[in-house]
Design a binder for this molecule. Sequence first.
Ligand SMILES: [Zn+2]
Length: 355
Amino acid sequence: MDYERIGLKVGLEIHQQLNTRRKLFCGCPTVLREKEDATLTFKRFLRVARSELGEVDEAALEEEKKQRTFIYKAYDSTCLVENDEEPPSELNEEALDIALEIALLLHMKPVEEVHTMRKIVIDGSNTSGFQRTALVATDGWIESEEGIVGIETLCLEEEAAQKIEEGEDAVVYSLDRLGIPLVEISTAPDIKTPKQARKIAEKIGMILRSTGKVKRGIGTIRQDLNISIKDGARVEIKGVQDLRLIEKIVENEVKRQLKLLEIRDELRRRGARVERRVLDLSDIFAETRSRVVKKQGKVFGACLRGFGGILGIEISPERRFGSELADHAKRFGVGLMHTDELPAYGISEERGAKG
Ligand SMILES: [Zn+2]
């Protein structure tokens, strides 16, 4: 693959937990516990508040609509700060020192004043409804065989609570991890090949470990990848834990985006269009034998004119274009079936053709 020709750009965001004695905003130890050792369990609902600028976060509003209950497990090694029943204490200086040391190793410029800011997070992973984060340094660089990659920012943040169970209506979190200091390092989108992405991630990991002050083991370091190609959309892939996977992940995402562009060109060539009208097809399916459809109650249909065969095209391993659309539909609580995949789900060919 000629990555230069397709204009590949990759940026990394690396989250590394620091091995400090205490948490970022309280005196609790930074140790993980056996979940059965919890001494207290409590429930919360989170609601969106306006930001200091009077704005409401759209993503947070969507989350609020789900109206889920959050259940938290607390321990004899956690305190009222994790429960959000007591204000945070001052920023942990040991953590700040380590963050500055890492910043200097990455040739970054420390900011003149460090200020703690709030990022709204209401998926329950923070009892307060926001994550505290502080910008520590900017404008550094790291070198690889394939060239220099800029390091844009280094932030000192609190780790989120750990999700240990998730159901439709409730999510269970463990508070032992909440508040462990971590650094978030963001590179510029200077990375040009999948191999370089892995090499840079490895090198940053090596620099972090060389301080002797970061946590080791599974889950203590996580990478987010921002991947784009010319004419494609920027896609963020979150929470990659195994560096060896980075190359493969970038390769697959590039293939997916190229395939999507190919589909776009084919649809343009065919003059394909999506009919705006959504039809209620419940009557046609009234006597269906399909259990999936029966369970839903209502059936709606839309005509994708000129899309024949397109939804069945594989865009990445084990994934078809139809699955992409189904994922979007699912976010609005709707299941999706299309004629490229019928007969299936117990739907007959005639009914499928009618629908
Ligand atoms: Zn605490």
